[in-house]
Design a binder for this molecule. Structure first.
Ligand SMILES: [Zn+2]
Length: 220
């Protein structure tokens, strides 16, 4: 066995010590609006929470995120309790790159804990590429315009806000949600572009998004 130290404070013997667990439990959740829908996040994506989420997503450290999954599962249950009877839960799928690297989806862990047995994921589809010669940036108002930057190898953080939206619109499809109320669940919401695309996809398919839930979100 390798020696273990708390990922929060470095104290020996525990992967996440009692003091850090108590500190986490005392942190308030976060609520914001995404595409006009209330998003409830169990935590702000900062400090110890950010460290834990990265250890979870990048290294598969499920041993240290029990508190995060419990609080997020509680939010999923609360969202379903507040929603009309028969509401569906839909997962925002991980990026294909992230999923290949990790081999698991943290949102599935959360939903299992919430007792949601059947939660389909939205489907990722290729965003239609613009024609040749379109490698210049999009005009500020070109919401569906030329710079579909999905395959140029740059990460989301290196794109401008307009490029991020242009590269994301049309990238998700929601199946079987017509006339249904839907709760959307993702792990981390930063810019909100992906969650907003999930909301758009549900609406485009004739569904109603009644709540979004995430493990963590940045302060906006
Ligand atoms: Zn600690």
């Amino acid at each position: 066995m390798l020696p273990v130290a708390c990922v929060g404070c470095g104290a020996p013997d525990r992967a996440l010590c009692r003091a850090c667990r108590c500190a986490l439990d005392a942190l308030p959740g976060r609520t914001r609006l995404v595409a006009g829908v209330r998003l409830d996040a169990a935590h702000e994506y900062d400090g110890l929470v950010r460290t834990l989420v990265l250890e979870w997503k990048l290294r598969g450290r499920v041993d240290i995120v029990s508190g995060l999954t419990r609080r997020t599962a509680d939010l999923v249950r609360a969202a379903l309790a507040a929603a009309p009877v028969g509401a569906l839960v839909l997962r925002v799928p991980p990026s294909s790159r992230g999923h290949r690297r990790r081999g698991f989806d943290p949102v599935v862990t959360v939903l299992r804990r919430a007792g949601v047995r059947r939660a389909r994921a939205l489907r990722r589809v290729p965003v239609p590429q613009a024609g040749p010669g379109s490698d210049s940036g999009p005009a500020p108002d070109a919401g569906l315009g030329p710079a579909r930057a999905g395959t140029d190898g740059r990460g989301q953080k290196e794109r401008t806000a307009v490029e991020r939206v242009a590269a994301t619109v049309g990238s998700l499809v929601a199946d079987g949600v017509a006339d249904h109320d839907v709760v959307l669940v993702d792990d981390v919401v930063t810019t909100g572009v992906t969650m907003a695309e999930a909301v758009r996809a549900v609406r485009a398919a004739g569904g109603r998004v009644v709540r979004c839930v995430a493990v963590a979100t940045v302060e906006v």
